[in-house]
Each structure stands twice: as C-alpha cells, then as structure tokens.
Design a protein around this ligand. Structure first.
Ligand code: GLU
Length: 493
C-alpha cells in the first residue's frame, strides 16, 4: 500500500473555477482518496488587490458540485486552521524573520523609484531584470537598525551566487538551474503580506503536505521553492507540475479571453457555466481527468470512484493537452445514459423550470427513457421533450403536410387517424399502431408519411422521441386536441 498522501488544492480567489483548476483539484483529490490520505483546500488570498467578489463562494460550490469534497479547509476547519492565507499573516512574518536569522533572507529598503530605474538601465543594456543586491551587502546590524527605525522594506531571499540548484519534478525528472541566473525574489512585501513563494512553502510544510500537484506555470519557480524548503531545513514534498491546456485548435495556451468567446458557442471552460449548460459532474470529471492522464488503454469512461481506484501519478503526462469540446459532449452523453431514469428526471427538472415549463418529476421520469439515448446535455431534454409539458404546440404548416402529399390529403389523414385514436381510451394499447398502419395502407400512404404528419401535429417537431410512447404519455385528450388544431391548420392552407 502506498503511503497516505496529504495533498492540497490551493486556488487564489481571483476568478471562478475553470477546468484547469478543476483538473488540478481532481488529481489531488484522486491521489488522496487512492492512498487513504487527506485532501486539503487552502485559499491563497494574500493579494487583496486581485480578489474577485464571489470567487471564493464559486470555488467552493464548483468543487462540491464536481464531487471533490475536501477533508480540511474553509467551512470545515481542521488541525491546521485557518485555511485562508489572509488569516495567517503573522505565521508568514515569523517565518520571514526566521529566514533572516538563518542568513537566507534579508530586508531590502530600496524604493520603488530606485528599482524602476534599475530595471530601465538593465533593459537598455539588454540584461535580464534582476535585483542588484544593494541591501544584501548591508551588515546585519545596519539592516536591523533600519528595520527597527520603521523604514519600509521588503524581505528578499538570499539566492546563492555560486553553484546550481536541482529539484525533481515527478513527471519531468531532475531540473537544474545555475544559481547565478536566479533573482533574489521578494518573499514579504512592504505591507507585511507574504508572497506566494513564502506563504505556500510555509503552509505546505506546516500542513504536512506530501505532494505538491499544481499547474505548470509554477515550474520556473521550482528551484526557488526547493531552496526555501532547504533554507528552513525542511524535507521537500514531491513536486508534480501538470500539463498545460491548449486552445481547441492546439495552437497556444488556453486563456481567459478564449473562454469568453467559447461561451458564445455554447461551450465554456468555467465549471459553473458547464453546469448551467447542462453538463453533469460525472461528464466533466471524466473529460478533464483524461486531459493530461491515461487511466486504462482499453477504456475511457470512468466514474469518480473508478478514477480513484485507478489513479496513479505514473498515469500523468507532461504533454500539453488541447481542450476538446466534442469530447466533453461525448462523455456527458455517456454519463447521462448511465443515470437511472428517476435520477435523470431529477437533474433535468431545473432546466425545464428555467424554460418556464412546470415539469413534475414523475412524468419526467416516464419521459426520461424516451430521450436518454440521444441527449448530450441536460438542456437538450427541454428541446426534445418540452412538448410534453406545453398546453399546445404550434407546428410549422409545412411540417404538417405529409411527404409528397397535398395539405388536403394530409388533413384527411389526420382526421381519419383522430377517429381511430378516439376509440382507444388507452393510447399505450399496442393495437393502436396496428390500426394506424392499416389506415396508412388504406389511404395509399407509407406508414412514414402518416406518422410524420402525426408527429408534427402532436409534438410540434419533426424529430421527437418515439411517437407512440410519446402519445401515450401526453394522453388522449391532449393528443386529440392537437390533432384537431393541426387539421384546421391544414384545411386553411
Ligand atoms: N494560488 C496558486 C494559484 O492559484 C496556487 C498554486 C499551488 O497550487 O501551489 O496558482
């Protein structure tokens, strides 16, 4: 048995949960569940300027909707509370002090004006922007005196000038950088708030995180992060940077702007949008799980539980994955078909309500099997089966005219069919279809011609769930009323 993993998802509430974040959360969750460990949720909200209203609530709701319930974190608490970094300011400050005491960090008093000037000069000389180490050369006594006098300062990491730093990424192997190529990064800002580099490393240590599974945007910072752990004398977690998402075209990284464009086409990279568009958590989880990992060569449809059973870091790949919405549709359809009719009905209901249709769950449960085979999203249910709940339907006149027939002949066919239907108290009677087929023959029509007219008249659509099953559910009175309306439309043509 592998060691129980303690892992975390650590989003910043600077935006709503998108599929990139959701996938990071998912892989962390899977590893925790697979190994009998814990999945923590930590909110990295120290950059108050970038907070987006509603983002935190959205992250929590979206994770829960996907089924990724955390074991420790906001709303639950846990042994390492608080789980909001904004409530941990003092912890980071104390750790910054410790690094200074250990000689691995130093206060830097340089003003923004000096730093801007420094950068401009470096740009002119085509040098990489880098802090020049002015305050690094202060004696500890000088620095301490200026600190005590209250002079504004940041705290910087004292990157060694010589040597190289290596760190291992689980998916990519050893990564080595020359220390002279690294900057003295800021750990603590003038206002006393820690930056990600310090806050996340401190928390990962204090929260006893065993694996840091995160977005590959942090790969360039890996050497610094490893160094910070080492400077404190801590053991490092295992590092795992996930693959990037590419635009559907495969060209270039997925960005927020693309996201907005996608919504216009009925797609989205945001979890709450997908939910509103009628995707299911099962479909979304299956879809994103496979973007960056392969679980089984012979199979690609998995429930969350099946993913838990199969998950391993070995299945992850660093290769970029293009976001493919037809796959989202595919997996969603597959998972919709796996639902029991009552469950499908329960999930479709809000979509009918949104469309202004009062759909009782019982009735929806009987309709579910008729539409389940062809649905891609829950929203499709409304389009396919809305006619069951409407008082009347208004078919296009041209749809009421049978193929190759005149409106008059079509009206006569509707009339004759109505007479047959009127004699059947129960439209589920199998004899009904036999009689209508006989009618078609008597009128010299193909069954498809007659049924096409009836379908348009009864459902208002040219494509619908099976005609006889649908008529049985709509009920005789409503069916006859719709046929009468269709007949008069045809007679007036
Ligand atoms: N707050 C960071 C982000 O949202 C977290 C990265 C991490 O997982 O460590 O990108």
């Amino acid at each position: 048995m592998p060691q129980p993993a303690r892992v975390r998802f650590a989003p910043s509430p600077t935006g709503f949960l998108h599929i990139g974040g959701a996938r990071t959360a998912l892989y962390n969750f899977l590893l925790a569940r697979q190994t009998g460990g814990q999945f923590l949720l930590r909110i990295e909200d120290t950059d108050q300027k970038r907070l987006v209203p509603g983002a935190l609530e959205n992250l929590l709701a979206s994770l829960r909707w996907l089924g990724l319930q955390w074991d420790e974190g906001p709303e639950l608490g846990g042994p390492n509370a608080p789980y909001l970094q904004s409530q941990r300011k003092e912890i980071y400050r104390a750790h910054a002090d410790e690094l200074i005491a250990r000689g691995s960090a130093y206060p830097c008093f340089c003003t923004p004006a000096r730093l801007t000037e420094l950068r401009t000069r470096q740009q002119q000389r085509k040098e990489p922007p880098r802090y020049d180490g002015l305050c690094r050369r202060l004696t500890p006594a000088e620095a301490e005196a200026r600190r005590l006098a209250g002079e504004p300062h940041v705290v910087r990491f004292k990157m060694p000038h010589e040597g190289a730093t290596s760190a291992v990424d689980v998916l990519r192997g050893e990564i080595t950088v020359q220390n002279k190529d690294l900057d003295d990064s800021i750990l603590l800002k003038t206002d006393g708030w820690a930056l990600y580099h310090l806050a996340a490393m401190v928390d990962d240590h204090l929260m006893e995180i065993t694996h840091v599974i995160r977005s590959s945007e942090w790969l360039p910072s890996l050497p610094l992060h490893a160094m910070i752990h080492r400077a404190f004398g801590w053991d490092e977690p295992l590092w795992c940077h996930l693959s990037v998402f590419l635009k559907p075209s495969g060209k270039g990284k997925m960005s927020k702007r693309e996201g907005a464009e996608l919504m216009k086409e009925g797609h989205s990279v945001f979890v709450h949008d997908l939910r509103e568009l009628g995707y299911t958590p099962e479909g979304v989880v299956n879809w994103i799980a496979l973007m960056g990992a392969s679980f089984d060569e012979r199979q690609d449809v998995f429930s969350l539980q099946e993913l838990v059973e199969r998950f391993s870091l070995d299945h992850l790949t660093p290769a970029p994955a293009a976001v493919n919405f037809s796959k989202a549709d595919h997996f969603n359809g597959v998972h919709l078909r796996r639902l029991a009719p009552e469950e499908l009905a329960r999930r479709m209901r809000p979509f009918f309500e949104k469309a202004g249709l009062a759909a009782e769950e019982d009735l929806l449960g009987r309709i579910a099997p008729l539409v389940q085979e062809r649905m891609v999203t829950l929203e499709d249910g409304v389009e396919m089966a809305g006619f069951f709940f409407r008082e009347q339907v208004i078919p296009a006149g041209s749809d009421l005219v049978g193929k190759g027939m005149t409106p008059q002949a079509s009206a006569d066919a509707v009339h004759a069919a109505s007479e047959i239907l009127a004699r059947h108290p129960d439209l589920a009677d199998p004899a009904l279809e036999v009689e209508l087929r006989a009618l078609a023959e008597r009128l010299g029509l193909k069954p498809g011609q007659l049924f096409g007219i009836l379908r348009a008249a009864v459902t208002g659509q040219t494509v619908s769930p099976p005609l006889f099953g649908s008529m049985a559910i709509i009920g005789r009175a409503k069916v006859l009323a719709r046929l009468a309306a269709a007949e008069s439309t045809l007679r007036a043509m």
